[in-house]
Ligand binder design. Structure first.
Ligand SMILES: Nc1ncnc2c1ncn2[C@@H]1O[C@H](COP(=O)(O)OP(=O)(O)O)[C@@H](O)[C@H]1O
Ligand SMILES: [Mg+2]
Length: 348
């Protein structure tokens, strides 16, 4: 709309300016010929007018920019003024300043707003501090919904969610979220340097921390090959990362805050299996004593976890360690069998 008006406005304006100059020249010329005006007067008038044209156009331009800015500002203000639905309440205990990382679901059910049915149904699950939980299940089984409850991106609608044996609402949101490293399914990077992208959310930390996180996420070799290493711009004004590089940047970002609880929501799906193994090995090192929650389609990612749960239509249908689940012959065993077959085919 704006573009269309502008595309008509500019030619029209120049046409109008051109015509008025011709008109003045013509009428003025007639008067000069009649001897009612001197050539000097006409010339002076003409030059003054020409000098006025540009400031007039510039003035219009500035007004235009001001109006566009005001429109954008009001849209921004609307977002900035939005009161979040999930916030600290009267039950918040501001004496809590840290987490130890135990997570417990007690008969939790959850229904998304405007959804017809529950996305989670009667989830009962304890993740002791310092252990690794893996969540497996088909697309739409509720994996993302389950982990979104932990940093309170969503609030439990039925049942109880406890962290360190207290209701999650008791913990100040700022404490909760600053102690959780969450790598979402969809990575989001800014048109900024790669260092800024990794540092995001962990401001004020030692630059050495950026390197440390990148090293754990197996990003350092990639960065070494970028034109300006950690100062390389990403996005529109810089280089485009591959899917796997994006995921690894996102993991490095989550590690910046040295989280007590680390959640990877299918965050290794675009990473090749060799690199994945390297990352998991390092994560096991740095997350020793911290809680990790891994969501994955790949058995290779989850097989070493302390506990594996299989979600199906919002319910936990299988739970145990790798060997037990393979023995059970359920969804997990089926996934395992398929992926073994795929590997064999790849190696043919
Ligand atoms: N924001 C939402 N609003 C309504 N329904 C949703 C929303 N997000 C997810 N769902 C539904 O909840 C179910 C579980 O989704 P999700 O947790 O994303 O599954 P997964 O991560 O296992 O693929 C799906 O049926 C999905 O359609
Ligand atoms: Mg998901």
């Amino acid at each position: 709309m704006l573009a269309r008006i502008q595309s008509i406005m500019w030619p029209l304006m120049f046409l109008f300016v051109g015509f008025s100059l011709i008109l003045i020249l013509y009428l003025g010329g007639l008067k000069v010929i009649d001897g009612r005006m001197s050539v000097g007067t006409l010339t002076a008038f003409f030059v003054y007018l020409a000098m006025l044209i540009w400031p007039m156009i510039a003035f219009g331009w500035v007004i235009n920019i001001l109006q566009q800015g005001a429109a954008s500002m009001s849209r921004l203000a609307k977002i900035l003024d939005t009161e979040p639905e999930i916030k600290d309440g009267p039950s918040t205990d501001h004496n809590i300043t840290g987490l130890s990382g135990k997570v417990e679901f007690r008969n939790v059910s959850f229904r998304h707003k405007n959804a017809q049915r529950n996305a989670l149904e009667g989830i009962t699950l304890t993740i002791p501090a310092g252990t690794t939980l893996a969540v497996v299940g088909y697309t739409g089984s509720g994996k993302t919904t389950l982990v979104n409850l932990i940093p309170r991106l969503l609030d439990v609608t039925e049942g109880e969610l406890l962290i360190d044996d207290v209701d999650i609402r008791t913990i100040p949101l700022a404490v909760l979220r600053s102690r959780i490293g969450y790598v979402p399914q969809e990575t989001f990077l800014f048109s900024e340097t790669i260092a800024e992208n990794i540092r995001y959310g962990g401001e004020g930390r030692d630059p050495e921390d950026v390197r440390r996180s990148a090293e754990i996420a197996q990003l350092q070799k990639d960065v070494a090959e970028f034109p300006k290493q950690y100062d390389t711009m990403l996005g529109e004004r810089g280089i485009t990362l591959s899917g796997g590089q994006k995921q690894r940047t996102s993991i490095a970002r989550a590690l910046m805050r040295r989280p007590q609880i680390l959640i990877l929501d299918d965050a290794l799906s675009s990473v090749d299996t060799y690199t994945e193994e390297e990352i998991l090995k390092r994560l096991r090192g740095v997350m020793k004593g911290q809680t990790s929650i891994l969501i994955s389609h790949r058995i290779s990612t989850v097989k070493e976890a302390d506990l594996i749960v299989v979600l199906n239509e919002g319910r936990i249908v299988e739970r145990g360690v790798h060997d037990e689940l393979v023995m059970q012959g359920g969804i997990y065993a089926e996934l395992h069998r398929k992926q073994l077959l795929e590997e064999e085919i790849e190696h043919l």
